[in-house]
Ligand binder design. Structure first.
Ligand code: PLP
Length: 315
C-alpha cells in the first residue's frame, strides 16, 4: 500500500476501553475509542484528517488555508487551531447557518483571533468561489479544505484509526461512527476492509445528504490513493438526523444524558449524541449478545454542546 506524509498534530493512538457500567446496563460489551481526547483544542475526528491535509498544503508550499462548514463547525475550529500551530494563516468562510453568535466553537475562534467570514448561502460552490475571491484580492494562494475535511486524502485519517483498533487486540463485531460529511465513515469502512475484515461498520447519519452514494465513492477514491484492491466493506448507514442537521433530537439527548450519567463522558447534540443513539437503538433491538464487542468512536464535538439553548430542552 502507498503511504502519504502527515504532520504530527494529535496524541495518537487514542485510548480504547470498555464502558463497564453501560455494558452491564445494556447486556452487551460496549467499548469506546476516545478520539475526543486527541489533544488539540477540544479534540475530535478532524485532527486525523488535518494531519494529512495540512501536510499536503505544506508540501505544496501554501501558507494560507481556508475551510468551511456551518457557524458551529468543529472542523473549522480545529482547522484554525491546527493551522496556527503550524504557523499557517487561516480564514474560515462559513455558511451563515446555525448559531452564529459568540457561543460554543465561535468563542474558540474568537480567542484564536482567526478571521471568520459568514456567507449567506446554502451552496458550497458559492463558498469556494468566495474563498478564491478573497485570496485573489489579497494576492495570496489558498489551500482550500472542503467541508469536514472529507476528501480522499483526509479520509485516510480514519484508515489509520482502524489500524489502531486492530492493534488493540480485542475483536470487535461492530464499529459505530457518526456520518456528517462522509469522510469519517468512508475512512472507517475502508480501514475496516483492510485491517478488520470481520467487523461490521455502522454509521448513523446526522444529515440528509445521499450518503449511500457519497460514502462508497469516497471509499473508492481513498482506496485508489492507497493503491489497494481489498474487497470494500459496505457500511450500514442508518438515519439518526431527527429534526435536522445540527438540531438536537430527543433520541440524541437521551443518549447524551445516559453516557454522561453512567460513564462521565460528554457527547454532543450535533454528531456523537445522535450516533450513540443509533448504537443504543440497535442494541435495544436485540442485535447483539453478551459475547459481542461493539466499539463506539467518540469523534468529539464538545464545543457545539455549549452553543445550544438547553433552557428549552426536555431532559
Ligand atoms: C465532523 C464531525 C463528525 C462527522 O464526521 P464526517 O467525517 O464529517 O462525516 C462527527 N463528529 C464530530 C464531533 C464532528 O465534528
Amino acid at each position: 500500500m502507498r503511504t502519504f506524509d502527515k504532520v504530527s498534530l494529535g496524541l495518537f493512538p487514542t485510548p480504547i476501553y470498555r464502558l463497564d457500567n453501560l455494558s452491564r446496563l445494556l447486556g452487551t460489551n460496549i467499548w469506546v475509542k476516545r478520539d475526543d481526547l486527541c489533544g488539540v483544542a477540544l479534540g475530535g475526528n478532524k485532527v486525523r484528517k488535518l494531519e494529512y491535509l495540512l501536510a499536503d498544503a505544506k508540501a505544496q508550499g501554501y501558507d494560507l488555508v481556508m475551510t468551511t462548514g456551518q457557524a458551529q463547525s468543529n472542523h473549522a475550529m480545529l482547522t484554525a487551531a491546527c493551522a496556527l500551530r503550524l504557523g499557517m494563516d487561516c480564514v474560515l468562510v462559513l455558511k451563515q447557518r446555525g448559531v452564529t453568535a459568540c457561543k460554543g466553537n465561535q468563542i474558540l475562534n474568537r480567542l484564536m483571533n482567526v478571521e471568520v467570514i459568514f456567507v449567506d448561502t446554502d451552496s458550497y460552490e458559492d463558498i469556494y468561489a468566495e474563498m478564491d475571491r478573497i485570496a485573489k484580492a489579497r494576492g495570496r494562494r489558498v489551500y482550500k479544505i472542503p467541508c469536514g475535511g472529507s476528501n480522499a486524502l483526509g479520509s485516510l485519517g480514519y484508515v489509520d484509526c482502524m489500524k489502531e483498533v486492530a492493534a488493540c487486540g480485542v475483536h470487535f463485531d461492530a464499529v459505530y461512527c457518526a456520518c456528517g460529511s462522509g469522510g469519517t465513515a468512508a475512512g472507517t469502512a475502508l480501514g475496516a476492509s483492510i485491517y478488520l475484515p470481520d467487523t461490521k461498520v455502522v454509521c448513523p447519519m446526522v444529515d440528509s445528504d445521499p450518503f449511500d452514494q457519497i460514502v462508497p465513492a469516497l471509499m473508492r477514491q481513498s482506496a485508489t490513493l492507497l493503491e489497494t484492491d481489498v474487497p470494500l466493506h459496505t457500511p450500514e448507514l442508518i438515519d439518526l438526523c431527527g429534526p435536522g442537521y445540527s438540531i438536537p433530537s430527543a433520541e440524541g439527548n437521551e443518549a447524551i444524558a445516559l453516557m454522561l450519567r453512567h460513564e462521565g463522558i460528554v457527547l454532543d447534540t450535533c454528531y456523537t449524541g445522535k450516533a450513540f443513539a443509533g448504537l443504543l437503538r440497535q442494541v435495544r433491538e436485540g442485535r447483539y449478545t453478551d459475547r459481542d464487542n461493539i466499539l463506539f468512536i467518540h469523534t468529539g464535538g464538545a464545543g457545539g454542546l455549549f452553543a445550544q439553548d438547553w433552557e428549552h430542552m426536555n431532559l
